[in-house]
Write a protein that binds this ligand. Structure first.
Ligand code: SAM
Length: 240
């Protein structure tokens, strides 16, 4: 193991996630593909190995510190970009059935390639806007867990993400700096979309020490028929 892999394995192990040599190899291949494809398309501003493992891989995996992923079966990752947080979570928790939704087809093609190269099963990469995909019966009110990292402010994000969560499911929004104001601003969209704030967890990245927050929202009922509004509306005119 190189020094980056050593701390990565150790810190996840301390939080109850043990990585096998195969899983570590999958992270390595993912890193190589990310750097290679990033030369042809805009996937990430971070390419140095240590930083990718900390700010993308470890950061994505922190969701498992607060939610029991052993009990989660299906997960929808909205606006996944280069695959965060869902690909690291899938590597760590191979039983997960993952659906990735992103409106940029190039990123979906990259993710499809990653899934094939890593030999991941039960990962579906869907090209489209969350507002449209959430209208399809196969995706509406279906998922145990919905995730979104760095996609939009919570007031608009609730409308993109909560329609995917089933009644009794959870939406986990991964944020950087203190989201207290965003959470206040999101009250109306939460109640309209049948969401209830459960908890805001705080952590710091292990070396860079920047703040991270995970907003956990419970989905209390089925999505009202009028939501999500037509594509573009949730972020252009968030329910505030
Ligand atoms: N989650 C990734 C991360 O943390 O690195 C990517 C974040 S990137 C800033 C936001 C992503 O959301 C982009 O890939 C963009 O194409 C996607 N996106 C934005 N609006 C969307 C929508 N309405 N439906 C689906 N994807 C969307």
């Amino acid at each position: 193991m190189n020094p980056t892999e050593t701390w990565f394995v150790q810190l996840l192990q301390e939080r109850g996630t043990a990585l096998s040599p195969l899983q570590l190899q999958q992270f390595q291949t993912y890193y190589e593909l990310l750097v290679e494809w990033n030369e042809k398309m805009n996937l990430t501003g971070i390419t140095e190995r240590e930083a990718v493992y900390e700010k993308h891989f470890y950061d994505s995996a922190t969701l498992s510190f607060f939610l029991n992923l052993d009990k989660v079966v299906s997960i929808a990752d909205i606006g996944s970009g280069a695959g965060f947080p869902s690909i690291p979570l899938k590597i760590c928790y191979p039983h997960l059935q993952v659906t990735i939704v992103d409106s940029l087809n190039k990123r979906i093609q990259f993710l499809q390639h990653v899934v094939e190269q890593l030999g991941l099963q039960d990962v579906s990469c869907v090209h489209g806007r969350a507002e449209d995909i959430a209208r399809l019966p196969a995706h509406r009110d279906q998922y145990d867990l919905v995730t979104a990292r760095a996609v939009a402010r919570l007031s608009g994000l609730n409308e993109l993400c909560l329609p995917f969560a089933k009644k009794g499911g959870v939406f986990a929004s991964m944020k950087g700096a203190d989201p207290a104001e965003e959470v206040r601003e999101a009250k109306r969209s939460l109640s309209e979309l049948k969401g209830k704030l459960s908890k805001v967890h705080h952590l710091k990245l292990p070396f860079e020490h920047s703040d991270r927050h995970i907003i956990v929202i419970d989905k209390l009922g089925e999505t009202p028929a009028k939501y999500p509004r037509k594509a573009g509306m949730p972020l252009k005119q968030p329910m505030i």
